[in-house]
Design a binder for this molecule. Structure first.
Ligand code: C5P
Length: 310
């Protein structure tokens, strides 16, 4: 029986700007997301009994109806019109859960892409991104990944140049801590709602400023992303694990910038290259250990989910 293997990379936010509120209650965002090479792996096999059977090597992950893999598989089957389609799916989890790294979204995107291939449905990338948008705001980005501008709820994508860069990411997270994304946005609204922009004209001005940022198409050590994350201002004061991670990363003399990713609690330092990244991790090893933080050295990845057929 054929097995399809799909790699699902994590992302970090090089920019997360909260512009305002939308009529649907979500926040209007201006973001730049960047795939990194910390990745989950999923395998897919056909079954003809219309069941979606999911297993995972991490027992802490819910495998029920709330899992984005299960939801993505059912959505794709329902839209295909072939109600007998089923799949056995196994997830090797490497991306920390509830971390602001879009691990769940990337798994969902990998499911759409993997099952589209396995079931021979022939959906275009645009159709898969549209299906992804119905499941989560970060999920459309994860389909093609790389580095993209993400507007609207996060689902309006504008790709950046794929120019290669040697920049590397020193990523840290306390494995015992997770942050709820709805809580972070709710807190942001409470604390900063009064200064939110309103109206499409004001939003578009901010989008245009981001589109023309010098670092966007070719980030480098001499022109690094300044790293802005508006959720950091509301999460950092309340989550000790974020304070500890940022305090340690801020001591690095040669980091280009430091920030939280997404709604946290993962934080990262942008380094000139992988060698500097490894040195920084060694330098902070004792501090990470004392604070209970895990650390990864990650390269920037030029793509999102990738499929291998065996
Ligand atoms: O779309 P997703 O399921 O990832 O969003 C999780 C929650 O985060 C939403 O229910 C909403 O509370 C908040 N959110 C938001 N604005 C966005 C994205 C997410 O308020 N653009």
């Amino acid at each position: 029986m054929s097995t399809i293997t799909v790699t699902a990379p994590a992302k970090v936010n090089l920019h997360l700007e909260v512009l305002g509120l939308r009529p649907d209650g979500f926040h209007e965002l201006a973001m730049v997301m960047q795939s990194i090479d910390l990745a989950d792996q999923l395998t897919f096999q056909n079954r003809a009994d219309a069941q979606v059977v999911l297993s995972c090597d991490d027992p802490s992950l819910s495998l029920g109806d709330d899992n984005l893999i299960v939801r993505a598989a059912r959505l794709l089957r329902d839209r295909s019109g072939f109600s007998e389609l089923g799949a056995t799916i196994h997830l090797s989890k490497r991306i920390p859960i509830g971390a602001g790294l879009a691990g769940g979204s990337s798994d969902g995107a990998a499911t759409l892409v993997g099952l589209n291939t396995l079931w021979g449905l022939g959906n275009s990338r645009q159709q898969l991104e549209a299906a992804a948008a119905d499941l989560g705001s970060d999920m459309p980005f994860c389909v093609s990944g790389g580095r993209q501008l993400c507007f609207g709820r996060g689902e309006r994508l504008e790709p950046c140049s794929a120019a290669s860069t040697s920049l590397a990411v020193l990523l840290v997270k306390n494995p015992a801590v997770s942050v709820s994304t709805p809580w972070a946005y709710q807190r942001c609204k409470e604390l900063q709602g009064a200064t939110y922009l309103s109206g499409e004209e004001a939003f578009e001005l901010r989008r245009q400023t981001l589109r023309t940022a010098r670092w966007l198409n070719q980030p480098s050590a001499s022109c690094p992303p300044p790293l802005r994350n508006d959720l950091q201002q509301v999460v950092e004061p309340e989550v000790e694990a974020v304070q500890q991670a940022l305090a340690l990363l801020r001591t690095l003399p040669d980091s280009l910038a430091v920030a939280m990713s997404g709604s946290g609690p993962s934080c990262f330092a942008l380094m000139e290259n992988m060698e500097a990244c490894h040195q920084a991790r060694d330098q902070l090893a004792e501090g990470f250990f004392a604070a209970g933080l895990q650390a990864w050295c990650c390269a920037l990845q030029p793509n999102g989910v990738t499929v291998q057929v065996e």
